[in-house]
Design a protein around this ligand. Sequence first.
Ligand code: ADP
Ligand code: MG
Length: 332
Amino acid sequence: MKIGIDLGTANVLVFVQGSGITVREPSVVAINEKDQIVAVGQEAKDMLGRTPGSISAIRPLRDGVIADYVVTEAMLRYFIKKGTAGRISLGRPDVLVSVPAGSTSVEKRYVLDAARQAGAGKAYLIEEPMAAAIGAELPISGPSGNMIVNIGGGTAEIAVLSLSDIVVSKSARVGGNRMDEAIALYIRRKYNLMIGDRTAEQVKFEIGSALPLEDELTMMVKGRDMIAGLPREIKITSTEVTEGLEVPLRNLLDAIRSVLEQTPPELSADIIDKGIVLSGGGALLRNMDRLVTAVTGVACHVATDPLSCVAKGTGIALEHFDVFAKSITSEA
Ligand code: ADP
Ligand code: MG
């Protein structure tokens, strides 16, 4: 059996050959005061911010870097088991895990070791923007340039690919988390209202937009008044959220621009013809594609089912192992 794992900062997806995506859960682990793991995935996320004193919920990959080996291994074990539950298999599954393009060899070794410890037979790695591009069905094995911008929770991975290789890439620590923090900061400064991370993310989902909306949306937001210390509710508009998102969006666009600037001219010409493709959950922010086009002057569109591109890419790479051999490694 072969399985692909999108080990994301916000979500882990498991792709099982022959079955497709079988698991899709937040990359969260809950531990107790003795550092014992009490829950993984959705169950652990439900504990975030609402945990009793003795339990803390952690995101082991928060900024795209593996902060805790033991927790990562436990998480991989849980997802491999859950992803393959009820399926008959001879021996241990071969596991292909996606890692951020900027990963150091120490981090890569961490993931490979963790995957083996967690029950993998053979363990392989693929760089996340490569997997995203494959999953978004970009023709990366041809001799022309393709550009992918995969916007996750902790990082955005930007890459230009050609001949099944990454030609230029950048992993920027700006993704959905930064957007949530920026929204919370904006509301705190403007209204003296403290809101939680999950509320900020909810605001982004419901009324967030990278460009001002013609038909403005509004939403009631609850939090704690910083002066009175009491719960309070305010109404905010999508235009305000766009304003609040200015800094992380500018950082993201700067990173995209710097990759474009480092791209060899022949490949730049291809990208002008084909456009930039967006994937990852952050691609779902309203008007993200239009903002990228407005700032870079290059056409841009969102991949089909952007949240699944990396997992699908690992699945396709497993199925056509020889075609993508160059992009897959089994050592750090
Ligand atoms: P990762 O690969 O880092 O695990 P994902 O690709 O799963 O990340 O994307 C998760 C991020 O996408 C989160 O920050 C989440 O808030 C954001 N996201 C998901 N859906 C939307 C949406 N509709 N609008 C804006 N952001 C979204
Ligand atoms: Mg991802």
